[in-house]
Design a protein around this ligand. Structure first.
Ligand SMILES: Nc1ncnc2c1ncn2[C@@H]1O[C@H](COP(=O)(O)OP(=O)(O)OP(=O)(O)O)[C@@H](O)[C@H]1O
Ligand SMILES: [Mg+2]
Length: 424
C-alpha cells in the first residue's frame, strides 16, 4: 500500500497535520472496497482530492471518474443528467440520453455538494445505492449499474435532515465511512508551509521573485481565522504575489489583505465564529478586485486612445486626471517611449521608478494585466453588474437566498448557481 506521504505528494496535498494525515490514510484504506464515502469539512479545506485518491487506488481506476456538482445543476434537469432520459420524455428530449450513472458503470461518481440534491433525486439515488438499480427519466425499464459513490458536503447534514431537506436514510447510506477534513485554523503547523508553497507557485507563474513573510507577518498569518480555509490562503498568496511591489511582506502589509484585521483591531481573532465573517472578507476582496478592474478598464481606454490617435502628448494632456489617478505623480513620465511599437493591445508600460531592480517583474506584471482582449470588456462589465446586483440583494436580505432570488426575479437554484459561479 502506498504511504500517506507518497499519496499526498502524488495528489499535491501539502501539510503534515496529524488530522489531515489520518483523513488521507482513511481514504487509502477504504479505496479498495466499494464502501460509500462522505467527505465533510468547511468550504476550501481540500475535499475534492479525497474522491480522486479513492478512485485512483481502487480496482475501478481504469473505469470512469465523473465529478458532479449537484448544486450547480438546475433542479429540472438533474435527474436526466444523473440517470439519463428517454427520447420524448419531456419537451426538448429529442434523443435518448445516457446519464452519469450509466456512463460511469464500473467507475466512480463523485457527488459534490450532495446536500443540494432535490428530494426526488435523493429517492432515485437511494435506490442506486441499495441495489444498483435506476430508471431513465420517461422510461419504465429498470437498469443496473455498478458505480462507487463518493459524496462531499460543506453543510451540516444533520440540520438539513432536521429541516427535512435531506433524507436520513440516504445520509446513512452515503456516509458508511465519513472522512472529515479539518479547517485550516486547526492545522496551525501547516499554514506557513502552505503559504510558502503557494507563494513559490505564484512567483513562478507570474515570473517574479517569491514573496517572503517577515517574522511578525508569519505570526499574524498563524493567528488569523481563515474562514475560507486553504482556498482563501491561496487567493491571498496570489494577490500579494501580484500586487505587492516589495517581495518582503511585513505584518502591516499582510494585514492589508486579511479581511477583519483592521489596523486598530487586535490581531488575535482566531476561533471567533461568526456567520458574517466570511461575507465581510469577501466584501473587501471584491472591493480590491473592483478597484483593480476599474483601473484596468481606464488603462485600456487610454491605451486604445493612444493607439488610435497617435498623438500621445495630446492624449496625455487630455487625460491628465486619469493618468494622475492611475499612476500618481509619476504619470508625468509617460511619453512616446512608453508606447511599444507592437500592434498588440498589451503595450502600455507602467513607468518604472528609477531604483527599480524590478523593471522586468513589472513588465511581466503588466503583461498579466493587459493580456485580455478589449472585446471582453462588455461581457465582463455585464458580469460585474450581475455580480454586484446579486451581492447587494444578498446583503439586503442578510444572505437569505430565497428572498434575494425573489427580489432578483430568478429561481433560488439559479441564484445558487450564480453564487457558486462567482464564488460568492
Ligand atoms: N492540502 C492542500 N494542499 C494544497 N492545496 C490544497 C490543499 N487543500 C486544498 N487545496 C487547494 O485549495 C483549493 C480548495 O480546495 P477544494 O476545492 O478541494 O475545496 P473544497 O473542500 O471542495 O471546498 P468547497 O466545499 O467550497 O467546495 C483548491 O485549489 C485546492 O487545490
Ligand atoms: Mg468543493
Amino acid at each position: 500500500m502506498e504511504s500517506v506521504q507518497a499519496i499526498k505528494q502524488r495528489f499535491g496535498i501539502i501539510g503534515d497535520d496529524p488530522k489531515l494525515n489520518r483523513s488521507v490514510e482513511k481514504a487509502i484504506q477504504v479505496a479498495p472496497t466499494d464502501i460509500s464515502v462522505l467527505v465533510t469539512g468547511e468550504s476550501g479545506v481540500g475535499k475534492e482530492s479525497i474522491p480522486k485518491i479513492i478512485h485512483a487506488l481502487s480496482h475501478r481506476k481504469h473505469g470512469k471518474y465523473i465529478a458532479v456538482n449537484c448544486g450547480a445543476i438546475p433542479e429540472g434537469t438533474i435527474d436526466s443528467e444523473l440517470f439519463g432520459h428517454e427520447k420524448g420524455a419531456f419537451t426538448g428530449a429529442t434523443q435518448t440520453r445516457n446519464g452519469y450513472f450509466e456512463v460511469a458503470d464500473g467507475g466512480t461518481i463523485f457527488l459534490d455538494e450532495v446536500g443540494e440534491l432535490p428530494l426526488t433525486t435523493q429517492v432515485r439515488l437511494l435506490r442506486v445505492l441499495e441495489n444498483g438499480e435506476f430508471i431513465k427519466v420517461g422510461s419504465s425499464k429498470v437498469q443496473k449499474t455498478n458505480v462507487r459513490i463518493v459524496a462531499a458536503t460543506n453543510i451540516n447534514m444533520f440540520e438539513s435532515i432536521k429541516k427535512e431537506k435531506f433524507r436520513e436514510d440516504l445520509y446513512y447510506r452515503l456516509s458508511t465511512v465519513e472522512i472529515h477534513l479539518p479547517p485550516l485554523r486547526e492545522r496551525k503547523e501547516d499554514i506557513h508551509l502552505l503559504f510558502r508553497k503557494f507563494a513559490s507557485d505564484f512567483g513562478l507563474k507570474y515570473k517574479m521573485p517569491t514573496i517572503k513573510l517577515e517574522d511578525e507577518a508569519v505570526d499574524l498569518l498563524l493567528k488569523y481565522r481563515w474562514g475560507g480555509n486553504i482556498r482563501q490562503l491561496r487567493n491571498i498568496a496570489e494577490q500579494i504575489s501580484v500586487l505587492e511591489q516589495s517581495r518582503s511582506i511585513s505584518a502591516a502589509g499582510l494585514r492589508h489583505y486579511l479581511p477583519d484585521v483592521g489596523s486598530n483591531l487586535p490581531a488575535v481573532i482566531a476561533d471567533k465564529k461568526q456567520e458574517g465573517d466570511f461575507s465581510n472578507e469577501r466584501e473587501i476582496l471584491y472591493k480590491v478586485l473592483f478597484d483593480m478592474k476599474g483601473d484596468l478598464n481606464d488603462l485600456k481606454k487610454l491605451t486604445l486612445k493612444l493607439m488610435q490617435e497617435g498623438d500621445s502628448k495630446q492624449v496625455q494632456d487630455d487625460n491628465e486626471g486619469l493618468i494622475q489617478k492611475i499612476y500618481g505623480n509619476s504619470g508625468d513620465d509617460i511619453d512616446e517611449a512608453d508606447i511599444d511599437d507592437d500592434d498588440e493591445l498589451n503595450v502600455l508600460q507602467i513607468p518604472q521608478d528609477n531604483n527599480s531592480s524590478s523593471a522586468r517583474q513589472q513588465e511581466e506584471k503588466d503583461k498579466y494585466y493587459f493580456a485580455e482582449e478589449i472585446e471582453e470588456e462588455e461581457t465582463l462589465s455585464l458580469q460585474d453588474k450581475e455580480l454586484e446586483l446579486i451581492k447587494k440583494s444578498l446583503e439586503r436580505h442578510s444572505g437569505k437566498r430565497k428572498a434575494a432570488a425573489e427580489e432578483l426575479g430568478i429561481s433560488e437554484r439559479t441564484l445558487y448557481r450564480k453564487i457558486k459561479q462567482y464564488n460568492l
